[in-house]
Design a protein around this ligand. Structure first.
Ligand SMILES: NC(=O)C1=CN([C@@H]2O[C@H](COP(=O)(O)OP(=O)(O)OC[C@H]3O[C@@H](n4cnc5c(N)ncnc54)[C@H](O)[C@@H]3O)[C@@H](O)[C@H]2O)C=CC1
Ligand SMILES: O=C([O-])CC(=O)C(=O)O
Length: 332
């Protein structure tokens, strides 16, 4: 068996981590023959709860798990880690936008970036889940300048999965038949779920999604709104934000980063913009990416019509504003 991989999960006593830790531990992300050392980080008042999570993980009796370290010290949690799930942050409540969390959460990512910079492996691969995820990821990266910017990403896979599930249900197929849906921009209500380049396998034939759906009005309106507002709809119903689906999406994200994308398929990830598709450099923007040898690259050359252009720019403008507010918040 390969050397154990060191994986940190922050917010480990919280609700997303409760699903995430089980999936990671049993091999869904890094492989069923990859042993693991799990570092669990939460804040001091949550240490008793975290201890309960550790007991449960032990009681799962999963042979892949070689060691579990529960701590409230980021310098211990991030020490020599290969992969980081950055979940620890306050969730929003009904009626809030995710950017309303900025004040409460961004400083967590500043402090954790500083710790990561000191003690994590320079090859660590990081996915930020805690909201506002894109901007938190940007701040995390800025405070960990010794780690390449490409190693920091944020989660928009939940939005992709939601979009894929909506289209699959509409067409009466399973979700695996729908590929190449794109989430552009911010993990917020300005995100642009785009199926212009998506494909679906219908009765053994692969066809463009717009051709299969045959309802432009739905794709331009209700579909987009449903995906943009799905997080809020779950909060309204559950009185808690999405957790099981968020954990599954975080696993999908990290799995594809480590294992790679298949053939001409792509997935959506928030990554640092290099100016592709006219988006300002340095924003953490969700793009379609393909992954090989644990390196992502933005899919180039997709046609962007006027409708899409407007949406790509609107979500970029929001990210720009968020980042400015976050930087101001971090300047003591
Ligand atoms: N990007 C995405 O697709 C999604 C993001 N989220 C976000 O994920 C975050 C976590 O959500 P839940 O697990 O439901 O929240 P939760 O409140 O159940 O758990 C969060 C945990 O983070 C811990 N925490 C707070 N500050 C910390 C720090 N400085 N270091 C380490 N741990 C810390 C808390 O003590 C708590 O145990 C929220 O910000 C939520 O909005 C949720 C769903 C989807
Ligand atoms: O909506 C929220 O606040 C939690 C989240 O990010 C999501 O479910 O997409």
């Amino acid at each position: 068996m390969a050397e154990p991989l060191k994986v940190v999960v922050t917010g480990a006593a919280g609700q997303i981590a409760y699903s995430l830790l089980y999936s990671v531990a049993k091999g869904d992300v890094f492989g069923y023959d990859q042993s693991l050392e799990l570092n669990l980080l939460d804040i001091t008042p949550m240490m008793e709860v975290l201890n309960g999570v550790v007991m449960e993980l032990q009681d799962c009796a999963i042979p892949l798990v070689k060691k579990i370290t529960a701590t409230d010290d980021p310098n211990v949690a991030f020490k020599d880690v290969n992969a980081a799930f950055m979940v620890g942050a306050m969730p929003r409540k009904d009626g809030m936008e995710r950017k309303d969390l900025l004040k409460a959460n961004v400083k967590i990512f500043k402090a954790q970036g500083q710790a990561m910079d000191k003690v994590a492996k320079k090859t660590v691969r990081v996915v930020v889940v805690g909201n506002p995820a894109n901007t938190n990821a940007c701040i995390l990266s800025r405070y960990a300048p010794s780690i390449p910017k490409e190693n920091f990403t944020c989660l928009t896979r939940l939005d992709q999965n939601r979009a894929q599930a909506q289209i699959a249900a509409r067409l009466g197929v399973t979700t695996d038949k729908v590929t190449n849906v794109i989430i552009w921009g911010n993990h917020s209500s300005t995100q642009f779920p785009d199926v212009a380049h998506a494909k679906v396998e219908l009765n053994g034939q692969v066809v463009p999604v717009p051709e299969a759906v045959k309802d432009d009005n739905y794709l331009k309106n209700d579909f987009i709104k449903t995906v943009q507002q799905r997080g809020a709809a779950v909060i309204k119903a559950r009185k808690l934000s999405s957790a099981m689906s968020a954990a599954k999406a975080a696993c999908d994200h990290m799995h594809d980063w480590f294992v790679g994308t298949k053939g001409s398929n792509w997935v959506s990830m928030g990554v640092i913009s290099d100016g592709s598709y006219g988006i300002k450099e340095g924003l953490m923007y969700s793009y379609p990416v393909q992954i090989k040898d644990k390196k992502w690259s933005i899919v180039q050359g997709l046609s962007i019509n006027e409708f899409a252009r407007e949406k790509l720019d609107a979500t970029a403008a929001e990210l720009d504003e968020e980042l400015e507010a976050a930087v101001a918040e971090c300047t003591d």
